[in-house]
Ligand binder design. Structure first.
Ligand code: DAH
Length: 330
């Protein structure tokens, strides 16, 4: 039996030691067998044999415990070594993310208007013809309602083509006065240098008792807004047409690339168009059930603002996810 002590001392792993433990101390192990043999030992021999056996058992136990402690210590050291962290190792600084330039521009626009107590309203991206067209005084035959321009679903619903339907939803939900903007994604069947099928707009609407909101108010706020966004530029209002406003205007700023002298970006006019606006058409108020009110509205494309502010020549480059472009805006 002494050779088991030797075996225990020569083990190299806890698994091996466990196997030995079962073989020696287990129910059917060597010790159990040795004790079982006691039955056949003569009575006068028994105390001596039993004493020897118990002594052996104790020696085996001691050898086992000692080895186990030794092996456990070794495994622990091995683990500590393999899991050690070298805090002196050099790693480049973690890259931090940044807002996409379009979202950053959107935030700046929102901030300007929320500072003036405009509420931020949202609406569904999947709209119906009533909110997207009809209530906005866009008649059946209007070209914008064409399949070529609008994404339609089979059930007659559509992807909103502008953020103006949020005007309608807000007015139908609330009583005047209204002072709101609605930022968000819009969709059109368009794809070239300056158009993508999805882009973003911010719509604005101010409504109060008849006579309290004038074109002068509209002019003042848009001039102030454009100076905040583009700095020291000239602003001009050009008569235009939108079905949902009357009178309507398009707003230009003096070209920020050539300071109004004329260049390729402004098609040598010295001006860049940045906004549509006007006084809300009475037909729109009628559609939402408003009486004896007046109001102004405006709408702008966020991508266009972002491109002008950051002097980005190709709209599509904003959506290609090229880190070399995006990293410049961190
Ligand atoms: N909805 C127009 C568009 O998508 C933008 C617009 C122009 C909104 C004039 C307005 C507005 O509220 O008064 O082109």
């Amino acid at each position: 039996m002494e050779h088991w002590i030797d075996k225990i001392e020569k083990t190299h792993s806890l698994e091996e030691l466990e196997e030995l433990r079962v073989m020696v101390f287990g129910k059917k192990g060597e010790l159990a067998k040795a004790f079982a043999k006691m039955k056949s030992v003569a009575a006068e021999e028994k105390p001596k044999v039993a004493k020897e056996l118990n002594l052996l058992k104790q020696k085996l136990m001691e050898a086992y415990e000692k080895k186990r402690a030794e092996l456990e210590e070794m495994e622990l050291l091995k683990r500590l070594k393999s899991e050690a962290i070298d805090v002196s190792l050099y790693t480049p600084a973690a890259q931090s993310g940044a807002l996409h330039p379009v979202m950053h521009t959107m935030d700046r626009i929102i901030e300007y208007f929320t500072d003036l107590n405009f509420a931020v309203e949202t609406g569904p991206l999947v709209e119906d013809e009533f909110h997207n067209f009809e209530a906005l005084n866009l008649p059946d035959y209007h070209p914008a309602r064409d399949m070529q321009d609008t994404f339609y679903f089979r059930d007659g619903k559509l992807l909103r083509t502008h953020t103006s339907p949020v005007q309608i939803r807000t007015m139908m939900r609330q009583k005047p006065p209204i002072r709101m903007i609605s930022p968000g994604a819009v969709f059109r069947r368009d794809f070239d240098l300056t158009h993508t099928p999805q882009f973003h707009q911010v719509e604005g609407l101010m409504v109060d008792e008849k006579g309290r909101v004038s074109f002068a108010n509209l002019k003042w706020i848009l001039e102030d807004f454009l100076h905040t966004m583009f700095g020291d530029v000239d602003v001009r209002f050009r008569p235009s047409f939108f079905p949902f406003t009357e009178p309507s205007a398009e707003v230009d700023i003096s070209c920020i690339f050539c300071s109004g002298k004329g260049c390729r970006v402004c098609s040598h006019t010295g001006w860049l168009e940045v906004l549509g606006c006007g006084m809300v058409d009475p037909n729109v108020f009628e559609a939402v059930g408003y009486k004896d009110v007046s109001g102004y509205a405006f709408g702008l494309g966020v991508e266009r603002f972002a491109m002008l502010i950051h002097k980005i020549p190709d709209l599509r480059s904003l959506f290609e996810g090229d880190l070399r472009l995006l990293e410049q805006f961190r």
